[in-house]
Design a protein around this ligand. Structure first.
Ligand code: UP5
Ligand code: MG
Length: 191
């Protein structure tokens, strides 16, 4: 368990909406540790000897969501080893399984403060991811074929979670369309 009850902010938005970009700026300015669930899964996916490596890569290549037990374990481990008690959880929860699993395992130990939602069009998402792929991101999912699947998964499984948080009044929505400085100006005023 944690020394003090940890505080988390969930950071959601479509593929390429700018979650990672904005989280690193928030972490620079405020006392948050940025945990990208995608990065944690990529790390575990390529770790030699990981029992989940192949499964994780297979899910990512197909734009599918990894079972929550794996994601939540990586998050909890990263939270503990950070030494911090304030976290931006970037890219999670992305479906009902994620949310239920988190609530079962983490809600007794952690206070969720709010959900930061980066809102932009599908067109912007696609453009940003493809550009990143062309610039050599090395990500197995920054190609048109996988991107279509990521968007499908997002629309089918993640949007309902976003709508759920909208309904509970726990969401702060940011217009993620403009350039990164303009987006951060909105973000700053919510913290
Ligand atoms: N960029 C950023 N902001 C910009 C702006 N305002 N104007 C112009 N350009 C901007 O940004 C994307 C690109 O756009 C970058 O090149 C950036 O410079 C530029 P980034 O900040 O990286 O956006 P982000 O929203 O973080 O995009 P990302 O691709 O990381 O989002 P995804 O949600 O698709 O990816 P993630 O890494 O979270 O997940 C990948 C896969 O892992 C999932 O598809 C899934 O298979 C798996 N996964 C799980 O199974 N479970 C999880 O909990 C998490 C992931
Ligand atoms: Mg990201």
């Amino acid at each position: 368990s944690f020394a003090t009850k940890a505080k988390v902010v969930f950071v959601l938005g479509g593929p390429g909406a700018g979650k990672g970009t904005q989280c690193s700026r928030i972490a620079d300015r405020f006392r948050f540790t940025h945990l990208s669930t995608g990065d944690l899964l990529r790390e575990e996916g390529s770790r030699e000897g990981s029992q989940y490596g192949t499964m994780i890569e297979e899910h990512m290549r197909n734009g599918k969501i990894v079972p929550v037990e794996v994601t939540c374990s990586l998050l909890e481990k990263a939270m503990k080893s950070s030494g911090n008690s304030m976290f931006l959880i970037d890219g999670f929860p992305r479906n009902q399984d994620n949310l239920d699993g988190w609530n079962r395992r983490m809600s007794p130990k952690v206070d969720m403060q709010f959900v930061l939602f980066f809102d932009c069009t599908e067109e912007v998402c696609v453009k940003r991811c493809l550009k990143r792929g062309l610039n050599g991101s090395g990500r197995i999912d920054d190609n048109l074929e996988t991107l279509k699947k990521r968007i499908q998964t997002y629309n089918k499984h993640s949007l309902p979670i976003i709508q759920y948080f909208q309904g509970t009044g726990q969401m702060k929505t940011i217009d993620a369309g403009p350039d990164a400085d303009q987006v951060f100006a909105q973000v700053e005023s919510t913290f």
